[in-house]
Design a protein around this ligand. Structure first.
Ligand SMILES: Nc1ncnc2c1ncn2[C@@H]1O[C@H](COP(=O)(O)OP(=O)(O)OP(=O)(O)O)[C@@H](O)[C@H]1O
Ligand SMILES: [Mg+2]
Length: 281
């Protein structure tokens, strides 16, 4: 079994009649780093809420590990040990009276030993740098602090599928980088990380697969380079070309690089190429 999720013809219609997902099919493989892109209202959050069973399909099916997802209490309890989500809005996530209790809540429900719970919670707090306010009520925290506490709570659960809905929105540059480093640290052959973002640079550099949604449908799945060369899709999904690719394409166009050079994904790779370019002023 190579996939965590097999989604087949999924449609979601909200109570007011809005069709947020329209006959969407998608597989989510094991060990992937996936970025979900798409304009406001494309259906990204709605899709995520189906993956851990908060929303039920209006039609279509979702299989997890090859078995059709069920929505009774027991099935959902089992699913949520393996699939966890950091919501777009941290206020939807945090409900305990202080930070420490909030982060501990998930792992306490996993039948782990007390030492293991403590170890996970300490580690998650370190990674997100929230220890200094661990006794503070969550409602007094700033948006970015709340977001980090919400991320810590899911980190401590150690799910197989870690879903993050716009994790870096509201975080400063330092903490955005810190969170992305943690995601790289925990990623592995059996751990899939899927995040939505409006930051095309982050998606381009980090993801090994990109999914683009528009109007409840998927308009692209594939590698992070090809999507940004398809101008009509880029426009349709309100995207911009990542700066690394933009700079590289400029150098290609000016014939400063030969077309058989490998396309850089990280800024260090681009800088190495630039150092080889002969600049004529
Ligand atoms: N509870 C709801 N009731 C009715 N319509 C809803 C509800 N939640 C979302 N929608 C609608 O469903 C569509 C998809 O919304 P969704 O939040 O999934 O988009 P998104 O891609 O996550 O957008 P964003 O980038 O702004 O977070 C939108 O048209 C939205 O207005
Ligand atoms: Mg959203």
């Amino acid at each position: 079994m190579d996939n965590y999720f097999d989604i087949i013809n999924l449609t979601h219609r909200y109570a007011d009649g809005t069709v947020a997902l329209n006959n969407l099919s998608l597989t989510i493989g094991k060990g992937k780093k996936i970025a979900l892109l798409g304009n406001n209202g494309a259906g990204k959050s709605t899709l995520f809420l189906h993956l851990n069973g908060i929303l039920e399909p209006s039609s279509g099916t979702i299989q997890f590990n090859g078995t059709k997802m069920k929505h009774d209490r027991k099935s959902l309890f089992h699913l949520r040990k393996q699939v966890n989500i950091v919501f777009q809005d941290p206020d939807s996530q945090l409900f305990s009276s202080n930070v420490l209790q909030d982060i501990s809540f998930g792992p306490l429900n996993l039948n782990l030993s007390q030492e293991e719970v403590l170890r996970r919670v300490e580690w998650a707090m370190q990674q997100t740098e929230v220890e200094q306010f661990k006794h503070k009520p969550t409602h007094f925290l700033s948006l970015g602090q709340k977001k980090r506490v919400a991320i810590a709570g899911v980190l401590a659960m150690d799910p197989d599928v870690f879903i993050l809905d716009e994790p870096t929105a509201g975080l400063d540059a330092y903490f955005s980088k810190q969170i992305m480093n943690v995601l790289d640290l925990i990623h592995g052959p059996n751990k899939t990380i899927i995040l939505s973002t409006h930051d095309v640079n982050l998606a381009y550099e980090w993801a090994d697969e990109i999914i683009v949604m528009n109007d409840g449908e998927i308009i692209y799945t594939g590698d992070p380079i090809s999507i940004f060369r398809k101008n009509h899709l880029v426009q349709q999904a309100h995207l911009e070309k990542p700066w690394i690719l933009e700079t590289f394409d400029e150098l290609l166009q000016g014939k400063q690089l030969s077309s058989n050079v490998e396309v850089p994904r990280r800024k260090e790779e681009l800088y190495t190429l630039i150092k080889k370019v002969e600049i004529t002023v």
